[in-house]
Design a protein around this ligand. Structure first.
Ligand SMILES: Nc1ncnc2c1ncn2[C@@H]1O[C@@H]2COP(=O)(O)O[C@H]3[C@@H](O)[C@H](n4cnc5c(N)ncnc54)O[C@@H]3COP(=O)(O)O[C@H]2[C@H]1O
Ligand SMILES: [Mn+2]
Length: 655
């Protein structure tokens, strides 16, 4: 019998090894050169052992796994099962049927081999679950199910179902789901209006060929729907590489001109059930991308929005015509209401209160009763409120919960200086009012007010106060704004432009000039920004403790005394005046969380940096409120985001 041969050879080998061992010492002593002989002998012995091991394994496999081993119970029940089956004990293969040998082992033998050499991914715990485990062997794909083998403790039987076809079909299905892209050339009208026809053609041809090349890489197609708008239908597999490359088409188009004159906005909808649903998602995405200032891609998925790009400054894109139309529409809406409630964001600031005061004047011009809902305990515009109280205008400002009783189905809510539901001064008022108007200048973000009756949203405007100024100028009626109201609006503009340093367009100065002509005193306005000595000291303290990290000033502070909230944004402003600081981040503990104010001079987009922390705002002015978070955590998260942003910037310039 063969296994007897095996034993004989083993005995022979043993003898050989003993002889070699006996020889080594005397030979090494007398003639070291002859040591080569035992070495060669050992080598031969090893070869023989390896060869025998293979033969032994083949022999065992034949005995155990072939059908002529009639006495085995496993054999009886499983050998003819037409799916690959393997018995595993203690991590080693004990037995398998012929299908396993054919489909998984490619006709090699593997009895007693460790199972993780043959199936490295196999995890018996996962296989034992009802859905089994996905396994890949070469090109073939299986689902493995495991059960414990009867009668043998610790041994498992693993069944492998070859479902390569279904899995490949499923993958192909997922990869080929439809996705829709809407691509818009930002500020097309403004740019192309002044161009000669030949220049227009050249410009468009450059953009077209970049877009064609980009979509040409996909399996889909591109169509131009209007002069400035394209639509592309692609597949999920294409969206995947576009996301991985972070829509570098944006950079390519921006690079056509040194100043980044032409930019694109892209809205992507993917993951929807139907092509129609994806198209709808793409439309929502392009709206939000444009609302955030353009030059970026917004991707709507089933769980929300993601943004890519958005590094250039928005180009001013507004027309007086639009302001006039909105002014008329707003007037109409107000006149058709019983009463109006005006409300800003919580922790109201000079811009929120200033613009609310402007809107109140519009309501008065329309002869409709109106109030400003404001929490005067939690505001950063204390000095402004006080000025109005002192002037005997206190009745116009009411605590939010006091307005709830007077809300009727015909009450109009006008929200100023925010677009976000969660930042509103009062959620209850918002929920109770049927009709809502929004006047805001912040770049749009996720969680915005749905379906407002009217929106006046201009991300290029400096402030909500500037927008309200324009509306006031177009009011159909004789304008009777008071000098004090003009001053409130001017304070709003000055706050958000950091006294006309940032974010100022031609229209900002126009609005300021108009306010001046209506009696706003600049010196008095400046007084509204003054602080107490304690606040000044706290501010200096924070600035002193700041350090610089990758061009960003970071300052941390323990909780401030109640009523000192304005110290936080002011310290952030101060830090920006230091040479070599591109952006500043001030984090202050507040209750169980941390409040953050961030500022930049435009070299960094602080909105993008704070968005992952749940904050938002503008390119140059942003904030976030972290709940249940320590100061150290906040610092770590800020630095993490700065790292990511700097890395992305580096990659961009490298490209
Ligand atoms: N969780 C979140 N989600 C989305 N957006 C968020 C957000 N948290 C904050 N923001 C936005 O970020 C911007 C900056 O907020 P921050 O509190 O640092 O700075 C505020 C305010 O604290 C600061 N401020 C108020 N009074 C001030 C004064 N007297 N002097 C200097 N700064 C003042 O002026 C800034 C006015 O900024 P603005 O209202 O246009 O826009 C705000 C706010 O709308
Ligand atoms: Mn504000």
């Amino acid at each position: 019998m063969k296994h007897k041969d095996g034993l004989d050879i083993a005995a022979l080998l043993l003898l050989l090894l003993v002889a070699v061992a006996a020889m080594v010492v005397p030979v090494a002593l007398t003639q070291p050169a002859l040591l080569a002989v035992p070495a060669v002998l050992v080598l031969i012995a090893l070869c023989v052992v390896l060869y025998q091991r293979r033969r032994l394994r083949a022999f065992l496999a034949r005995q155990l796994c072939s059908t002529d081993f009639e006495n085995s119970r496993i054999q009886y029940s499983l050998a003819n099962l037409p799916i690959p089956t393997v018995l595993v004990n203690d991590g080693r293969i004990l037995w398998y049927n012929q299908y396993f040998r054919q489909d998984v082992l490619d006709d090699y033998d593997a009895v007693t081999r460790p199972v993780n050499r043959v199936l490295p991914e196999l995890d018996l715990a996962v296989c034992s679950r009802p859905h089994g485990q996905d396994l890949k062997v070469g090109e073939r794909r299986f689902t493995a199910y495991a059960g414990s083998a009867k009668g043998s403790r610790g041994a498992s039987l693993v069944y492998l179902i070859n479902d390569t076809l279904y899995k490949e079909t499923l993958d192909e299905y997922n990869e080929s789901r439809p996705a829709c892209l809407i691509i818009v050339i930002d500020s097309y009208d403004e740019l192309f209006d002044d161009m000669k026809d030949s220049e227009q053609a050249k410009e468009l041809e450059a953009i077209n060929s970049l877009l064609e090349e980009y979509i040409g890489r996909s399996t889909g197609f591109l169509r131009k729907v209007t002069n400035s708008r394209y639509i592309a239908v692609v597949e999920e597999r294409d969206v995947r590489w576009m996301l991985a490359e972070r829509f570098d088409i944006l950079d390519k188009v921006r690079a056509l001109h040194p100043g980044g004159l032409t930019t694109l906005s892209i809205g992507v909808g993917h993951g929807g059930k139907t092509l129609q649903e994806c198209h709808q998602m793409a439309r929502e995405s392009i709206d939000i991308a444009l609302g955030r200032g353009g030059d970026q891609a917004a991707v709507k998925t089933v769980d929300g929005f993601e943004f890519y790009g958005g590094i250039s400054h928005g180009v001013e894109k507004r027309s007086h015509v639009r302001s006039r139309i909105i002014a008329n529409a707003l007037c109409d809406l107000i006149k058709r209401s019983d009463s109006v409630i005006i409300m800003g964001h919580r922790m109201s600031d000079l811009d929120a209160v200033g613009s609310a005061i402007g809107v109140l004047r519009i309501c008065k011009m329309c002869d409709v009763p109106a109030v400003i809902a404001i929490n005067s305990e939690a505001t950063l515009a204390g000095p402004l409120l006080k000025t109005f109280l002192d002037a005997g205008e206190g009745h116009d400002f009411i605590a939010p919960d006091q307005t709830l009783d007077v809300i009727t189905p015909n009450t109009l809510l006008i929200v100023v200086d925010t677009y976000q539901k969660r930042l509103l001064e009062s959620q209850q008022i918002y929920e109770k009012c049927k009709r809502v108007v929004v006047i805001d200048h912040h770049r749009m973000a996720v969680g915005h007010i749905d379906n407002p009756t009217l929106i006046y949203h201009e991300p290029y405007a400096s402030s909500a106060s500037e927008l309200v100024c324009e509306l006031l100028q177009f009011m159909p009626k004789e304008n009777n704004i008071t000098p004090l109201e003009a001053q409130a609006l001017l304070a709003g503009i000055m706050l958000d432009t950091r006294s006309f340093a940032l974010h100022v367009g031609v229209r900002t100065f126009e609005a300021a000039a108009w306010l001046r002509s209506r009696g706003a005193q600049t010196a008095d306005t400046k007084l509204l920004f003054n602080t107490s000595k304690e606040e000044y000291e706290a501010r200096a303290h924070i600035v002193e403790a700041a350090y610089i990290y990758k061009g960003c000033a970071i300052a941390l502070s323990d909780e401030l005394e109640a009523g000192m909230n304005v110290v936080l944004p002011m310290a952030a402003n101060d830090l920006l005046t230091i040479n070599g600081v591109d952006a500043s981040f001030v984090a202050v503990a507040k209750n169980d969380g941390v409040n953050i104010s961030a500022r930049s001079m435009g070299a960094l987009n602080v909105q993008v940096i704070l968005e992952p922390l749940g904050g938002g705002g503008h390119l140059m002015m942003a904030g976030a409120q972290l709940q249940n978070c320590t100061l150290q955590d906040a610092e770590r998260r800020i630095r993490e985001q700065i790292d990511l942003y700097r890395a992305a910037q580096k990659e961009n310039t490298a490209r």
